[in-house]
Ligand binder design. Sequence first.
Ligand code: TRP
Length: 334
Amino acid sequence: MDMQKKIVMSGIRPTGFLHLGNYFGAVRNYVRMQEEFECYFMVADLHSLTTHPDTKELKENVHRVLSENIACGLDPDKAALFCQSHVYETSELYLYLNMLAYKGELEKTVTFKDKVRQHPENVNAGLLTYPVLQAADIILHRASYVPVGKDQEQHLEMARNFANRFNHRYGDVFPEPHAFNYGDELVKVPGLDGTGKMSKSENQMATLYLSDDDEMIRKKVMKAKTDSGPTEPNSTKPDYIENIFGLMKLVSSVETIAKYEGDYNNCVIRYGDMKKQLGEDMVQFITPIREKAEGIRNNPAYLKEAMEKGAEKARKSARATMELVRQAMGLNYF
Ligand code: TRP
């Protein structure tokens, strides 16, 4: 890989199905970054062990998340697309970083406190040191850019702290990792129920998954909340109507959007027609991704090759960093 390029690293949770919010919020940016940067995109299977000690579904989840990301345009020949557990150096660096991570700061992590509240019966050490493992993931490739959402800001700040602490204690090895996203293009994808953004945990009918079939997509869109329409020309739109327009802007043509904007402003909008159109445009958008993902998921040989390619690239970068790490720490006895 080109050593002049800035290094990008991000982790993908192998839990659940990708939805439209993941696509426009994250995956689409990864697809663009792989053209410009040296990219490491990792399925965080080890992280999932902190809260899902049962590993029965791991294989299926890893295959699904890889297939869906590739179907969205991630290219195993451009980016290093790999599984965390395939890069053993991660665990080594995690161990070293654990010596630089303090109990107090780990206990203060918001995600940790949330998990303690949700599952007081499973407060394991891996959960406490989750941010240390994430820092290892990132700095193992000496990445500077980490495309993540707001929910990961604190973890990233901790990664910066651990990297700086390492550099101060042992010598300069790591650049500071920072969040990276393309300008203000971090689009918010609203849910179909008029409240908040599309997310996995909320109402299933409010979220469009990339695995939803055509009938399901149409059904969900038709159920979106509307009202009887404006009675005054050029009224401001209520949130739930704004959301439907917001979704249309993601997948429909400019002409379609202009037509419904005009109808709204002239108080002749028919939401039934608008949702029918949006449903069709969503089907057009999602169907090729779903079909491609299914094809990949049913092709274990392709998936194996993709994972091996990714692991190879990630291990190469990891080995080079770990040489520097062991040297800096004085773990070189001959
Ligand atoms: N913690 C991240 C999440 O919950 C996933 C993740 C693991 C990650 N390792 C990472 C993200 C490294 C960015 C960089 O989504």
